[in-house]
Design a protein around this ligand. Structure first.
Ligand code: KG4
Ligand code: ZN
Length: 350
């Protein structure tokens, strides 16, 4: 792409697809001027997962303040931004409509264009955002680029041939990687969200202590984590039967061995896909990309130019929506105020 196709623009991003209410301002797809995230994790912790009805009500309560704070932190008024980008899907319908309605109201009131963004696309573009408000990671990515999105709702492997151009290679057949972390954390009574809880519990544990299965699904780029989940469940059940219901479980070893099994499959398949598709650019993103073990193995085993978001942008946020929105804006995408939420929206469609 030539320079001329990418005008300078400030985008206000809004994200409410799941249980984080987010608003942010990002300039030129890379300079983060503000990023406000109101997490609902505490509200959902007692349910061990996101309770959709509770999530949408909480978004309604805080969305105005979050948007105001994002503009104030960027020292801007709504009039100073060029467009309003909002997550249109995939996500929880009742949560998506809160952000979407807020964005529509702002667009209508200000006359600024409205841009619906795919949440997964947002995760991809988080890798180019500089949280310090600097120039962002140097240079544009060289395409094709191989991207692995690992979040609570998705595990997707895709080739990006250009900005906003995706070819899906595979995805999970059952649980998403983050979902597997959340379910095993619940089983081990480690709390919610499960990813960080498992990562902490795994500290000092032996990743080889339990030989949990890996679903390689050879010949496809798909993933499956349900067999692994069942295997952990059986081991825990057997340990309890042996040692008594109230006996302490070897939590560090269980968490480390489970984490190792997930990371092993993700990194090995990513490495093979990078080789087979002869890409020199590889990206990981999504909540699970915050995982230390995953980041370390990707850095040591994938010999390509790596794009990994800063930790604070791995989990849901609006800076990534503003960044992806910038590319949509630059390439001429504009949405009508009548657009609806798309709770299931495959990457690359529309
Ligand atoms: O991207 P995200 O915030 O939301 C979705 O789009 O789904 O991802 C949330 C997921 C949760 O399943 C959470 O347990 C997981 O990301 N996660 C992690 C870590 N931090 C968050 N998984 C493993 N290790 C982490 N450090
Ligand atoms: Zn997400």
């Amino acid at each position: 792409m030539s320079e001329g196709e990418f005008p300078s623009a400030r985008i206000l991003g809004i994200e409410t697809s799941c249980d984080e209410t987010g608003a942010a301002v990002v300039e030129d797809g890379c300079r983060m001027l503000s990023n406000v995230v109101a997490s609902q994790a505490e509200l959902h912790a007692k349910y061990g997962g996101v309770f959709p009805e509770v999530a949408s009500r909480q978004h309604i309560r805080v969305i105005h303040t979050v948007v105001e704070e994002a503009l104030a932190a960027a020292h801007l008024e709504l009039n100073d931004v060029d467009a309003i980008a909002v997550t249109r899907g995939p996500g929880l319908p009742g949560s998506l409509v809160v952000g979407l309605n807020m964005a529509k109201g702002l667009a209508l009131g200000s006359g600024k264009p409205l841009i619906g963004v795919n949440h997964l696309e947002g995760h991809l573009y988080s890798a180019w955002v500089d949280t310090e408000g600097g120039e962002g990671p140097p240079g544009e990515p060289d395409f094709p680029l191989l991207a692995l999105i690992v979040s609570g709702g998705h595990t997707e492997l895709a080739l990006m041939r250009d900005h906003l151009q995706y070819e899906r290679l595979g995805g999970t057949l059952d649980d998403a990687a983050g979902e597997a972390f959340d379910k095993i954390a619940r089983l081990l009574e480690l709390g919610y969200p499960g990813g960080p809880a498992i990562q902490d519990a795994a500290q000092g544990g032996d990743p080889e202590a339990f030989k949990f299965p890996r679903a390689w699904l050879e010949g496809s780029w798909d993933f499956s984590f349900s067999g692994l989940k069942t295997a952990v469940l059986h081991v825990v059940r057997d340990l309890r039967a042996e040692r008594g219901e109230d006996a302490e479980l070897p939590l560090a070893d269980l968490a480390a061995s489970f984490q190792e099994a997930v990371v092993d499959v993700l990194v090995t398949k990513l490495r093979y896909a990078a080789q087979q598709h002869e890409v020199s650019e590889v990206l990981i993103a999504g909540g699970v990309s915050a995982n230390r073990a995953l980041r370390e193995r990707v850095e040591s085993e994938i010999h390509a130019h790596l794009h990994i978001p800063p930790i604070e942008l791995c989990t849901d946020n609006a800076a990534m929506i503003a960044a992806a929105g910038y590319y949509r804006y630059s390439l001429g995408h504009r949405d009508d105020l009548a657009i609806d939420a798309l709770p299931t929206w495959p990457l690359g469609e529309g």
